[in-house]
Design a binder for this molecule. Structure first.
Ligand SMILES: Nc1nc2c(c(=O)[nH]1)N[C@H]1C(S)=C(S)[C@@H](COP(=O)(O)OP(=O)(O)OC[C@H]3O[C@@H](n4cnc5c(=O)[nH]c(N)nc54)[C@H](O)[C@@H]3O)O[C@H]1N2
Ligand SMILES: Nc1nc2c(c(=O)[nH]1)N[C@H]1C(S)=C(S)[C@@H](COP(=O)(O)OP(=O)(O)OC[C@H]3O[C@@H](n4cnc5c(=O)[nH]c(N)nc54)[C@H](O)[C@@H]3O)O[C@H]1N2
Ligand SMILES: [Mo]
Length: 768
């Protein structure tokens, strides 16, 4: 099996804008590769439509009046990947031992197709063997019943519906713990913490309509062309109105530079491109706090000048007075911060930051959009609170066209948190659950992702249940984690496709294959619909449209119910079977637990554009400690306070390509960055390539610059000269996760700091 090491790499020029014919060609290739039946390729017309299914790719908002083709290259790939006609059953696993499968790469594992039968690992033959659903549930239930309640982890990956997620979190709490880590612990937890404490909501305040009224967009560390391409429609429309888009990103991302709308025949034929970013600032990884300090400093300078000239103030003084707290301290910290420090830590020049601040000050309504480039840092929460600071200076929260817009990842990751998948007991309505179901919910804090990893390393996790995802591949500290994983007494994975976390498994291991959201879900009460929450806090119905790939699959609610019934003592207030027969009953239960958000859930779930959850901050009602929006003075400007190597270190940040969805690797190409045939590459500034006397395509190794006695290295990376700042290199997640120490995470949110890892480069890299 090829390991697709850096030696196979072809480096070309990335000539296509985002969208465009290149994207369309990729869509048809993947439909063919995955042998998607013709009738199912028409499914794409049902994606993100009022009577269709919610795309299984990203969480971007779904408009009330969708485009005729409300899908993008990424969504089409995700659909093809799920509705593939390739399947693997018991015979596949008889032919391949698990040890053999471990040598297969991520792409090859998933490319085998959909899992179709429940499987249990058999130690004697080292193979997965088919078991009946009844046996699987009974055995897992019996084992869980005998375990220490606080040593079982219930992970969720962000895709499962609101209905499944509600049932899953109830299962965990009835079992006896709050160990409900979620992929958002590796993703936007910095947002949930940072926004909650500053503006009193854990999610963004922008809705689609705001794009029509905004005057200026600040865009930090999010790669829209690859990771949320449908948002390009809103950005393109804003650009047409002359709205400046000011981007901060160390890497010149093709999709942030220009866009061709694949849904516009004229643009496709003429090759017309809309330039997306009007200013592009190549900030140093981890330098955003410093950059935003610079922006704020320039805003204060302009306000000072206005006051001297007797002109209108630049700060929104009335808003600051009425609505905010902590302004004086913040102002002081900005004024005390010198441009020399700002320039050094951000890697940007004062004049450039002043130009960005000018656009900010001239705009009536400004949005701050951001992604993993801000959250996955030691100071990830601070980066988020810095965006809030910038917006508050001119009253840019709680008015049309303005606000904060974190771009979420998985298609229901935000919703899973909303309906109870959280390790933080204070965020779950425990008293309400007690009253509704008559049990004593656990009050002790559960484990988040990093804490679950720590407990696994310490041998303190007895069982790990995964509702989707590829945990061991997605987390940091690969070397130690893979070793410790094999010692977990029981691992259970509810999944659609075979992945690394199935072949690296616990001492007892089960794979439970489920229906995907695109598939028709038939239950006792007829065909069932589900719901999801998008990135803008809007809830949508979703109806499966494709024939299930196998009749042996169970739905996610049915699997969660099966596990719960086999594990828990019967509770007269929870009828798992009735819920599985009719998901509208689960929605009624959700509405009873969360009446403010979900009242009349069944009646409202098909509202075009979704129904919006109430968000105080969007109306300037601040549910914070002080009842006001909080300015927060930053603790430090440095992006990487405790992983600072010497001058010989490079700062690595990990990114995604258009050929992947997280650990799902569709192919080895990155057509936006012009790389073909390999993901084992390092994007490096030309000046650094010269400084190290390297050749394009030469293989090198990376070693983490941490003095903690753990050897972390990755070999066989091909050098690709690229437009990144000097001293910084970029490479792919998940291949480079072996380099991230587990303790290298955001301070308050514990999101692994995957965007700034100080490493040492060694020449003559071995092939891995
Ligand atoms: N096709 C596709 N779509 C996806 C996914 C996928 O893998 N493939 N994943 C989904 C998920 S779960 C998520 S969370 C989202 C992720 O979507 P994004 O938030 O876009 O995540 P990344 O691709 O990891 O990186 C984001 C960008 O941050 C930049 N960056 C890195 N470090 C810094 C920094 O210090 N400062 C700034 N300002 N920028 C920086 C990188 O160059 C990159 O362009 O996408 C979702 N959608
Ligand atoms: N270095 C580095 N590490 C990172 C990141 C980074 O940017 N850099 N990003 C982090 C982020 S933002 C995230 S969200 C995590 C992602 O971490 P995870 O969410 O754990 O990983 P995924 O790769 O999305 O999971 C893919 C698997 O989910 C299963 N699956 C797919 N669809 C379904 C479904 O409908 N139901 C069920 N039950 N299973 C399904 C399939 O078996 C597939 O193999 O990784 C994090 N890790
Ligand atoms: Mo994510």
């Amino acid at each position: 099996m090829s390991n697709h090491s850096g030696k196979d790499v072809k480096i070309g020029r990335a000539t296509m804008p985002a969208g465009g014919w290149g994207s369309l060609a990729k869509v048809s290739t993947i439909l063919l590769d995955q042998r998607v039946p013709i009738k199912d390729s028409r499914l794409l017309l049902k994606q993100n439509k009022p009577d269709g299914y919610a795309c299984v790719s990203c969480a971007w908002a779904k408009p009330a009046n969708p485009h005729p083709f409300e899908f993008c290259e990424s969504g089409a790939k995700a659909t093809a990947w799920e509705t593939t006609s390739k399947t693997i059953g018991a015979d596949f696993f008889e032919r391949h031992t698990v040890t053999e499968l471990e040598a297969w790469d991520d792409h090859t594992l998933e490319d085998q197709g959909r899992l179709t039968v429940p499987l249990r690992w058999d130690a004697a033959s080292d193979t997965y063997r088919e078991v009946s659903w009844e046996t699987a549930f009974a055995e897992i239930g019996a084992t869980l019943r005998g375990m220490a309640r606080e040593q079982v982890v219930f992970y969720a990956s962000g895709r499962a519906s609101l209905e499944t997620s509600y049932m899953y979190s109830l299962f965990a709490r009835m079992y006896g713990n709050n160990n409900l880590p979620d992929s958002s612990n590796m993703c936007h937890e910095s947002t949930s913490v940072g926004l909650q404490k500053t503006i009193g909501v854990p999610v963004g305040t922008v809705v689609l309509h705001d794009f029509e009224e905004t005057d200026c967009i600040f865009f930090f560390g999010q790669n829209v062309g690859v990771n949320s391409p449908r948002m390009l429609h809103q950005l393109q429309e804003a650009r047409r109105r002359g709205v400046p888009i000011i981007t901060f990103n160390p890497l010149r991302e093709r999709g942030l530079v220009s866009f061709t709308n694949p849904q516009s025949p004229v643009e496709m034929l003429t090759g017309h491109e809309t330039p997306i970013s009007t200013q592009y600032h190549q900030v140093k990884p981890g330098g955003d706090t410093a950059a935003i300090m610079g922006l704020c400093k320039a805003v204060f300078d302009r306000d000072d000048a206005a006051q001297r000239a007797g002109a209108q103030r630049v700060l929104d003084v009335a808003f600051i007075q009425e609505h905010t707290h902590g302004f004086a301290e913040f102002e002081q910290s900005v004024r005390a911060c010198g441009w020399i420090d700002i320039e050094r830590e951000s890697g940007l020049r004062r004049a450039d930051l002043e130009a960005a601040a000018e656009a900010y000050c001239e705009a009536g309504a400004v949005m701050g959009i951001y992604g993993m480039g801000l959250t996955q840092h030691r100071n990830g929460v601070q980066n988020v609170t810095m965006i809030v600071n910038l917006l508050l200076l001119r009253g840019n929260i709680g008015k049309p066209g303005a606000g904060v817009c974190p771009v979420r990842g998985h298609s229901n990751v935000q919703g899973q948190r909303t309906v109870g998948i959280t390790e933080k007991p204070e965020l779950a309505p425990l008293d309400k659950l007690k009253e509704q179901y008559g049990f004593e919910p656990p009050r002790k804090a559960g484990m988040n992702t990093v804490e679950a990893c720590e407990a696994i390393l310490a041998g303190k996790v007895d069982a790990f249940i995964g509702l989707g995802g590829n945990f061991v591949r997605a987390v940091p500290e690969r070397g130690l984690m893979e070793k410790a994983w094999r010692e977990i007494p029981l691992t259970v994975q509810i999944a659609t496709k075979l992945n690394r976390n199935h072949v690296i498994h616990g001492k007892a291991s089960y794979l439970l294959p489920c229906l995907g959201r695109i598939e028709i879900d038939r239950q006792a009460g007829g065909e069932q619909d589900v719901t999801v929450e998008d990135s803008t806090g809007c809830m949508h119905g979703s109806r499966g449209r494709a024939e299930p790939v196998a009749s042996t699959l169970l739905s996610e609610p049915a699997i969660v119910a099966g596990l719960a019934k086999a594990t828990l003592d019967p509770n007269p207030n929870v009828d798992w079977d009735r819920w599985v027969g009719d998901y509208s009953l689960v929605r009624e239960a959700i509405a009873e637990t969360y009446p403010d958000i979900f009242h009349d859930f069944n009646a409202r779930m098909w509202t075009p554009g979704g129904f919006r959850r109430p968000l105080g901050a969007a109306h300037r009602v601040w549910k914070t400690e002080s009842g006001k929006a909080h300015f927060t003075a930053p603790e430090a400007l440095q992006g990487n306070p405790d992983l600072r190597g010497g001058p010989q270190t490079l700062r690595l940040f990990t990114v995604r390509s258009d050929g992947q969805f997280n650990t799902t690797i569709y192919n080895y190409d990155d057509h936006f960055r012009g790389v073909q045939g390999s993901r084992m590459v390092l994007f490096m500034a030309r000046a650094d390539v010269a400084r190290y006397a390297l050749r394009e395509g030469e293989l090198v190794s990376l070693r983490t610059a941490a003095m903690d006695g753990v050897e972390r290295r990755v070999d066989g990376l091909a050098v690709v000269p690229y437009d990144v700042p000097e001293g910084c290199i970029a490479g792919y997640y998940p291949e480079l996760n072996a380099l991230i120490p587990l303790w290298h995470h955001a301070k308050e949110s514990k999101v692994p700091a995957a965007k700034a890892i100080d490493v040492i480069l060694e020449r003559g890299g071995r092939l891995s």
